[in-house]
Design a protein around this ligand. Structure first.
Ligand SMILES: C[S@@+](CC[C@H](N)C(=O)[O-])C[C@H]1O[C@@H](n2cnc3c(N)ncnc32)[C@H](O)[C@@H]1O
Length: 371
């Protein structure tokens, strides 16, 4: 058989002599699942940890297979080559080693590690398998929602290192703006791991806080708060953050990664509730991954805007696959803030890809209840 090159390029010209198009973008999307499978398997096998232990010289495929206790050395070699092609490993054909990105984000002990998050971030698989039906029916299957609720304790643990860094950056930004009193009172609605509570209270020995979350997740926050020695200063309230009895007023109310998982009406009510809990001079801190605002008129630049927001769009679709939320836009936040007599005053990025909004009453608010 001849071994000449096989033509895989675009064939012929497009309509009206337009440049021919090839299927590359389609393959890129299809291969996205395989690329994610490679990352997920490598994390589960402990491949990045094994290479971290091996140091800069890395490991030959056989040694790597042995290090991750894999019987199929050729499959490990293939997996390693895929990871090189994805820019997560380097390789000279004899050995593979970590790239700086993998060393920082994919090794389990690293302070910025995303090793646990990388496996949990897409949420329940059933949500993706049933996405077309969810879109068609307008309802997430109950089983998928239940799987997400069961996943939340691990998910919030996995995001905790990043969220601690984000919250520490927010505390510094609040202090710069004169919004971080010596003994602040903080409310965190949907407090998850308690990472925000622990980070915000870390440099304020006289601060006190209330965290609200669902019964399955609250024990994770309790562990974090206890480990940080904050148990006497943090009250943890179990229940729906829209209904739970939350003592106010607060100088800072946190809504971190909760609005995007709620349908618009509940998200709107949640932001209004947060504003209602503020003491005069207080601030609502919203951390989220905002979708691009809708346009008022056709905009030829729209594809560029959407391409630049692919991360936020895909995280919003992740919500649509498993929750009743579709993400939030900045326009949503501004409109709901205005309804509550407040303005979106600052947009921060304390950590790359982590967006935080400060929303402050235009005029001092009446607290929801007396202290
Ligand atoms: C993506 S996690 C964010 C956790 C935390 N705010 C953070 O940013 O690290 C969403 C959290 O909201 C909680 N949650 C979802 N629905 C809730 C509800 N109705 N009432 C209270 N908490 C809720 C989940 O249990 C989960 O801990």
């Amino acid at each position: 058989m001849g071994a000449g090159p096989v033509g895989v390029g675009p064939v012929g010209a497009g309509p009206g002599g337009a440049p021919p198009v090839g299927p590359g973008p389609v393959w890129d999307v299809v291969n996205g699942l395989a690329a994610y499978g490679a990352l997920s398997a490598a994390l589960e096998l402990g491949l990045f940890d094994a290479l971290a232990a091996a140091g800069e010289r890395g490991l030959a495929p056989d040694a790597l297979a042995a290090a991750v206790s894999a019987a199929d050395g050729d499959a490990v070699a293939l997996l390693a080559e895929v990871l090189v092609s994805l820019g997560l490993l380097t390789g000279d054909g004899e050995a593979v080693a970590l790239t700086p990105v993998a060393a920082r984000f994919l090794v389990s002990g690293s302070p910025a590690s995303m090793a646990a998050l990388g496996r949990l971030s897409p949420g329940p698989w059933s949500g993706w398998q049933q996405l077309a039906e969810t879109i068609r029916s307008g309802a997430v299957p109950a089983g998928t929602r239940g799987e997400l609720d069961a996943l939340y304790p691990d998910l919030v643990r996995a995001t905790a290192p990043t969220q601690r860094a984000v919250a520490a950056g927010v505390a510094a930004a609040l202090a710069e703006r004169g919004l971080w009193p010596a003994s602040p009172r903080v409310v965190d609605l949907g407090c998850g791991s308690g990472a925000w509570l622990a980070a915000l209270l870390a440099d304020r020995p006289a601060a006190a806080a209330v965290g609200v979350d669902l019964p399955g997740v609250l024990p994770v926050a309790r562990e974090t708060v206890a480990a940080a020695g904050l148990a006497s200063r943090v009250e943890l309230v179990e229940g729906d953050y829209l209904e739970a009895d939350v003592p106010g007023p607060a100088d800072v109310v946190v809504l971190a990664h909760v609005l995007r998982a709620e349908p618009p009406e509940r998200a709107r009510r949640l932001l209004l509730r947060a504003l209602g809990l503020l003491a005069p001079g207080g601030v609502v801190v919203v951390a989220d991954y905002p979708r691009p605002d809708p346009v008022a008129a056709p905009d030829p630049g729209r594809p560029v805007v959407l391409a630049g927001a692919r991360h936020e769009l895909l995280l919003s679709l992740t919500m649509a696959a498993a929750t009743d939320g579709h993400g939030v836009t900045v326009a949503d936040l501004r409109a709901w803030a205005a309804e509550g007599g407040a303005d979106l005053t600052d947009v921060l990025q304390p950590v790359p890809r982590q967006t935080v909004f400060l929303i402050r009453p235009a005029v001092p608010t009446e607290p929801e209840r007396e202290p």
